[in-house]
Design a protein. Structure first.
Length: 115
């Protein structure tokens, strides 16, 4: 199941990149009011079909991302893990001249107490 989701996800990524690359850039404020045209996609431009294809591919991308996360994420296992044991934790080596001296503060009781 995970392999199928990954395959669909990768295909959606590739086609989404292609759909975004096919879209034309904005040619200024005239595009908003219907100015400018593309000869390949007609007078209305590539807006209708290409925008819908891009939105559909983006939806597939989002769904496959969340599905793969649900399928593979946060599984509790009984397997023994070196990360869970805590053995062999490496402590950083600090030279003796850079180590902070351990200072113990003792309460002598001579301090003024606020009332």
């Amino acid at each position: 199941m995970e392999t199928l989701v990954i395959v669909i996800h990768v295909l959606a990524c590739i086609f989404l990149i292609g759909a975004v690359m096919l879209q034309t850039g904005h040619e200024g404020m005239g595009v908003i009011f219907g100015g400018g045209s593309s000869t390949m996609f007609g007078s209305s431009g590539a807006g209708g079909v290409l925008v819908k294809v891009t939105a559909g591919l983006a939806t597939v991308f989002l769904i496959t991302s969340m599905t793969y996360n649900v399928l593979t994420g946060n599984k509790v296992s009984d397997r023994d893990s070196i990360m869970l044991r805590g053995e062999g934790v490496v402590q950083p080596i600090v030279p003796a001249d850079q180590q902070k001296p351990s200072v113990k503060f003792m309460d002598t009781g001579d301090e003024a107490k606020s009332e």
